[in-house]
Structures are given as C-alpha cells and as structure tokens.
Ligand binder design. Sequence first.
Ligand SMILES: Cc1ncc(C[n+]2csc(CCOP(=O)(O)OP(=O)(O)O)c2C)c(N)n1
Ligand code: SF4
Length: 251
Amino acid sequence: MAEKLVYTRTKTIQEDKVSGFCPGCMHGTVMKLIGEVIDELGIIEKTACVLGIGCCGLQMDYMAYDNITSPHGRACAVATGIKRTNPDTFVFTYQGDGDLASIGLAETMSAANRGENISVIFINNGIYGMTGGQMAPTTLLGMKATTAPKGRDPKEHGYPMHMCEILDKLTAPVYLERTSCNTPQNLMHTKSAIKKAFVNQLEGRGFSMVEIVTTCPTNWGMDALGALDYLEKNMLAEFPLGLIRDRTKEA
Ligand SMILES: Cc1ncc(C[n+]2csc(CCOP(=O)(O)OP(=O)(O)O)c2C)c(N)n1
Ligand code: SF4
C-alpha cells in the first residue's frame, strides 16, 4: 500500500534548519503557524517580516522569506516605512512583549492609531526572554523576574499591561485578538487569527494585531510542562483569550 504523507515541513521554513529555541518555548510553534499561513496564501515572494530584538528575532535564522531586523522596539515604525514605500509588499512584524509594549510602546500605538496597513504578531511571554528574564510590561503580579526578585509589586512596578485592550481605545485598528497555543484547539484558532490578520492587510483594510500568550520556561524557571500549567492557571487568568475587535467587514 502506498504511504500517505500526512505531515510535512512548510516551504516557508528553510530546509536544512533545526530550531534552537528552549524546550517548551512557543516561538517555534508560532513560527510554524506563520509559515503554514504564508504557504497557503502563496505570498512568500512578496513577504517582508520586520523582527523585534529578542528571541523573537531568531526567526531570521529559520524562515525563507525576507527578514528585516529593526532597532529594539521600532518594528512598527520600520514596517510603516516599508509598507508605505512598497505598498505591494506584504509586511508583518513579529515582536516580543519587551519590544512591543515597553521600549516600542510609542511606535506600536502610533502605527495602530494611524491605521497602518500592516499585521502585527505580538508574542506575550510575560518576560524579557533573550536577555535573561527582566520584568516586562506584561509580567504578572507576584511573578519573579531578575529585576523584581521578590515578584512584581504593583506599588513599585505598576500592573500588567493589556495591549489589545489598550489599542481597542483607538479608533483606527481593524482587528485585535488574543490567542494562545496551549491546546490543539487554541493552536488552530491562532492559525486562523494569523490568517485573518494577514488577509486584512492583503485586502487593504488596515492595522491588525494578534497577541499570542506564550511560555518562556527558561526564564520562568520551569520545565516545559510546568510552564504550560503556569500559562493556563496564571497567564490566561490575567490575559483572557478572545476577540477584542473585528471591524473587518466595515473596513
Ligand atoms: C535599545 C536596546 N535596548 C536594550 C536592548 C537589549 N535587549 C535585547 S533583547 C531584549 C529583550 C527582549 O525581550 P522581548 O521583547 O520580550 O522578546 P523575547 O526575547 O522574550 O522574545 C533587550 C532588552 C537592545 N538590544 N537594544
Ligand atoms: S529564553 Fe524563553 S523566549 Fe527565549 S528561546 Fe528560551 S524559552 Fe523561548
């Protein structure tokens, strides 16, 4: 009987590459979903990904489309420049929470407020990954970070920031959704959300952002399964999943 191929690597992931992310990290999972969506839409030749700085930026080693590294936090500004000067290029950013919500807060909000026709993939793992676990704007109350060794204290450090809800106060954004990759169902939903954000841009509708709540087992000080459990019990309690805004039909 002929063998039936049921699973294969997406064309968008370079053939000879093996991921170097820590065990249990969801960066690789999300990149695979992005690769599948780009394959399905057939847009690899016209894609430019603007990377944040951090583990998120390691994507440039694995993916076969054009990657542009931007200074830490400036991905939405760089994406704006590329999209405005090359309107036929498909442009998306891939950013961590340190990048998008801390140093890049102004760029993110300004691009969203202008309704730039770009797609933003926001990886919220609650911490600065690459630099060793400093507190991010999305760090949970009580969660330990190297810059908050006793845990985040709201009196000293403020409260976790909810970027989808903050951008929902602006008029221009078209689509804002928060998803995760903790279950097969949520994984498939994340893929649909990424596709929707990408199609919105291809059809000229304006600014879309998908916030994906993910794990960083290494800097959370947990193993892969412990991090998954922590994400489900704690991260999703602070960052509930769901559609925040969908004005796709009006745009
Ligand atoms: C202007 C500037 N400030 C600080 C840094 C150092 N830096 C590199 S990556 C990073 C944090 C990345 O965290 P995050 O954006 O959450 O991404 P992750 O590593 O979790 O994917 C920082 C602070 C830098 N490269 N440039
Ligand atoms: S440090 Fe965290 S974000 Fe970076 S690869 Fe490891 S688990 Fe992923």
